[in-house]
Each structure stands twice: as C-alpha cells, then as structure tokens.
Design a protein around this ligand. Structure first.
Ligand code: SF4
Length: 358
C-alpha cells in the first residue's frame, strides 16, 4: 500500500504508456489513481476530440496508397465528412458547428499542401515486399522500448518469482515514413505548447540539458513535466522505431521523431465575411533537441544517455510502487492539483487544504 493512496498490494507492471509517464511526472499520486487503480477522473469526457477526427481522416487517406494532393485531400475530406455526421460534440449554435467544420477542413488542406504529399511519398518508399500500409500507418501505431531493472534496485517491479522484471514502455505514433536517409515517426498532437523551450531550440546542449537536469533537482525552482515527458517520449519512440526498422527491414540510417499540431488556433485566421479560414502548420522535430552530441559521436545513433538514465529511474520507481508526491509537493500543489480530477478523493490534497485552512 502506498501512503496516502488506496489500499491494495502493488501489482507487477508489465507495460506502461508514455502518457502514463507524463502523468507520473506531473504527480505520482495522479498516476496511481489513473493507471494503478483505473479510477476515472472527474471532467474526463472520454469522447473523440477534433484532433482524432483529423487523425483518422489523414491516416485513412494514406491507407488508400494515393500520393497526389488532390487524391489525399479528397480521401481525407470524405472520411472527415462521414465522421462529422456522427460527431456529437456540443456547440453553442449551428454557426459554431459549421465554423469548426470549416477549421478542420482548412487544417486538412494545410496539412496536405505543406507536408502530406511528401509524407505520402515517404510512406510509399516504406511499403513493398512484406511491408504493408498497416505496418507503417495508424492511427495507434505502437512503438515500444524495454527498460530492464538495474541490479541496484531489487525492490523494483517484482514479478511472481520475486525477481525484478523488465517493463515495456509504449508510445503511439500515427505513421512512419522515409525522408532521405532517415526513417521518421510522426504523431499528431493538438498543439506544440506543452513543448515549451523545446519548441524554440535546436540542440540539447545548453539550456535544454540544464532545464531537464534541473527538473529533477529538489532544490531547483525548475518544474516542467510536459517538456521533460516529451524528451522521455522521444527516447521511447526512437528506440521503438529502430526496432520496427530492423524487424521490417525498412532502411533508414537514422531515426527521427516529429510532432504535428492539428489544433493550433494561433496560426488560424478567419475571414468572417467570406466565411473562410486559413491556417498553417509548425512541425516540431524533437530529434535535434533530444540527441546529445557526445553519445551521438560514440554511437552514431540518436540517443541521449541522460534522458535514457532518467527514464529508467522513473520506470523503476513506478514498478516499485512509489507514488508519494510530497518530495516536490510545492510544485505539485501549485501546478497539478488545481485542475486535477482526483482532488475530491485525494488524501494528499485534502490534508494540504485542511492544513492551509487551519
Ligand atoms: S489532487 Fe494533487 S496530489 Fe492529489 S492526485 Fe491530483 S495532482 Fe496529485
């Protein structure tokens, strides 16, 4: 039993998701509620959001094998239209619903024009022989990395035999394509805002490395779980992509990881008179900001020992059932508790509020 959480013996962990790792970084107790006890949090709608509509439309267009902009746009619009008819999101008015549909169409158009055709060509270069479209196009294409227990942590994730067990970490991407000498994994996200500093830097050395290290320093004021989680996710995706490349013989000397935002309203302009919408995409390649040149110089692979080591430590803590959030309590209380759907049942939070009131 973990102090402050729910009763019950810790269960061995066989696999976890990078989203779970991000939750753990925000608040270990929140991870325990969501992923150990499977409690649904207040405020979760569980429905498909608009990014998922676009994700399915684009992946569906890729599955057709077509590579021209007209064909991709037509196929993706058709899927979007079919999904939109069943989309039951609440809108204030018909006008708003029509407007949101126009924004989605504009996003599809921008995606296809800016990168979709190139990526479809890169997909085509992956497929053939034993490799089908389903091997490289999602949604929900899972890449994974195995984290083995270290000898030093005998309590970490004990299996039924009492020995520490490895944990498989899974990351979902939307498709994989060839780009020059690289094999690239792409994931659609709502916006790039959670990347913070990573969005504006192109190298690991310097303030990105400093911020990553400082996040784990209890004496530091730096607390940036979203950006740290993106770097950990990159480590998982790149390792999983190398495994996929080798298993399917996809080629590609180096592996890369990009995120493509599909709900970034800051790049959208609306002409209300003509009822038209224009938008553009900013794509983030997380590989450059992730890879440390020292490791790359030694291995010629896109790796980062600092991130790898921290990922292993976090996974071990999860496996060992360490969910006490109090070692970074000030940050958790200020940044995670205010929008947490478990606040009403969380003893850590309730005890803190009582203390504050008293
Ligand atoms: S209320 Fe705060 S301490 Fe409790 S689970 Fe949520 S974020 Fe964590």
């Amino acid at each position: 039993m973990s102090e402050g959480g729910l009763d019950g013996p810790p269960q061995p962990v066989e696999r976890l998701s990078v989203d779970g790792v991000e939750t753990y970084l925000r608040c270990p107790r929140r991870y325990e509620f969501a992923h150990v006890h499977d409690l649904e949090s207040a405020g979760e709608n569980g429905g498909a959001d608009r990014v998922d509509l676009l994700r399915r439309a684009i992946c569906g267009a890729f599955q057709t094998g077509k590579t021209t902009d007209d064909a991709l746009l037509e196929a993706s619009r058709t899927t979007l239209s079919e999904q939109w008819a069943d989309h039951d999101e609440r809108f204030h008015s018909r006008t708003q619903r029509r407007h949101e549909r126009t924004v989605l169409e504009a996003t599809l158009r921008a995606y296809v024009e800016e990168v979709g055709v190139d990526h479809a060509g890169g997909l085509e270069r992956c497929v053939g022989g034993n490799v089908t479209m389903a091997d490289v196009v999602g949604p929900g294409l899972t890449l994974s990395r195995t984290v083995s227990p270290t000898a030093a942590e005998e309590s970490a994730n004990p299996g039924s035999d009492g020995d520490p067990h490895p944990i498989e970490i899974e990351a979902e991407v939307d498709y994989v394509f060839r780009d020059g000498s690289s094999l690239v994994a792409a994931r659609f996200v709502p916006t790039l805002a959670p990347l913070g500093l990573l969005r504006y830097r192109s190298r690991w050395e310097g303030d990105v490395a400093g911020q990553f290290v400082d996040h784990f320093d209890r004496e530091s004021d730096v607390y940036d779980p979203a950006a740290v989680a993106a770097l950990l996710e990159t480590a998982v995706v790149l390792d999983g992509l190398r495994r996929l490349r080798d298993r399917l013989d996809l080629g590609g000397k180096t592996c890369r990881y990009v995120q493509i935002p599909l709900a970034d309203r800051s790049r959208t302009s609306v002409n209300w008179v003509r009822e038209s919408v224009e938008t553009s995409l900013e794509i983030a390649d997380l590989t450059d900001v992730y890879v440390d040149q020292h490791t790359y110089g030694l291995t010629h692979e896109h790796r980062n020992e600092t991130v790898d080591g921290r990922l292993a430590a976090i996974v071990e803590r999860i496996g060992a059932g360490e969910f006490d959030p109090t070692d970074r309590w000030d940050h958790v209380r200020r940044t995670a508790c205010p929008d947490c759907g478990y606040a009403v049942c969380c003893q850590d939070h309730i005890a803190s509020e009582v203390q504050f009131d008293g």
